[in-house]
Design a binder for this molecule. Sequence first.
Ligand code: GLN
Length: 491
Amino acid sequence: MSDLTRLTATEIAGLVATGETSAVEVTRAHLDRIAAVDDRVHAFLHVDTDGALAAARAVDERRAAGEELGPLAGVPVAVKDVLTTKGVPTTVGSKILEGWRPPYDATIVQRLREAGTVMLGKTNMDEFAMGSSTEYSAYGPTRNPWDTDRIPGGSGGGSAAALAAYEAPLSIGSDTGGSIRQPGAVTGTVGAKPTYGGTSRYGLVAFSSSLDTPGPCARTVLDAALLHQVIGGHDPRDSTSIPAPVPDVVAAAKLGATGDLTGVKLGIVSEFTGEGAEPGVLAAFRESVDTLAKLGAEIVEVSCPHFRYALPAYYLIAPSECSSNLARFDGVRFGLRVGDDGNRSLEEVMSLTREAGFGAEVKRRIMIGTYALSSGYYDAYYGQAQKVRTLITRDFTAAFERVDALISPTTPFVAFPLGARTSDPYQMYLADLFTIPTNLYGGPGISVPCGLSDGLPVGLQVMAPTMADDRMYRVAAALESVVGTFTPPAL
Ligand code: GLN
């Protein structure tokens, strides 16, 4: 393996800026690594070799011309296949968009290009970002580089596995209920879900619009912060984008790296008692709590009584929004069209297309959502879930009057074997037990590696108040300064 693939984004950017290495060399090293290992990992759905080399060449030319380069110029990045990329296939892990080449870039993709990063390709995901294992991808599962018989988390398993397999130093994910943080936790990488509205949803194929949040994935907290800074900030093309600057997450990550948490008050959620969580996960979490205390943090217990209703509320709200959002995939406007032989009605073609184009989990969500929104049941299901959402937000608000941030394990369990949870949807949904409350509230959350359980990575989650993303980076970087980063056994 070329050494260049082992470097952090920060290191790569430094080498490219001084000319010690070229963006083209860095890009070739990562493309070679993908060619060498991705048949075993399957992190990528599409590798854009020509586009990546062209972008890298452009960075090298700008440097040669003496132009000022941005902090991530020349750094390769892998993008979850949920974001539109102009002229580059975008499938959302679904057959219904097979072959679609979007006519425009998502705002995040555009910002990545403007920053001089090099997009390597599009990463695998559960279809329409619904799932926790990447097994619901219509293009086959991604495998965890720590153990290729195990899942890499989901829905953004491809983005996390690409990092752990050293195929990319940075990647983009999207988090509706945990799809950045949970894959980060089970692959020993860092995944941050920004404050809702802190990163643009323009060009993000919608699953649940009031929850969807794109964000950064990396192998170190500082790299994640640098990527967050590049992609974040107001976008007039997204109606729920927050018109405020990105909190200074890079400075916060650097402050945290000094390993001093004096004056920081952290809350452990009493309702996350560990019920349903694996003993190895709880042990790693407890050890990390001790570490954080040694770094000067004050640790207290905080009650968030409504968190126990978060999972059921999420599984009404998210499917409801999805049933509406996915109505646009009708065989007319994009991608797949089935049965259009000139003899069938429009309705028949739509029905055949959706029958063939959507997988079982997506159909399940559409049906649940349609039911929850139907006139006789709206108040009992969707309306009730929205009330729970308000109560959860109040729990967070009350907690943040007492503490600066909340901490928990990111997931109840480490990476499970492929196939272990596909036959029972509820078992799959449980993967996001600890991450979903943050989505319902809209605040930021980060997963940072905190230890191993039976040789598999465990993540610690830091949850902060809305628009206080910097706080979670500080705490995560402080923990990282002690426990370090995690490298899987060689692939
Ligand atoms: N696992 C959750 C779900 O299936 C979360 C998905 C996500 O964050 N995109 O809905």
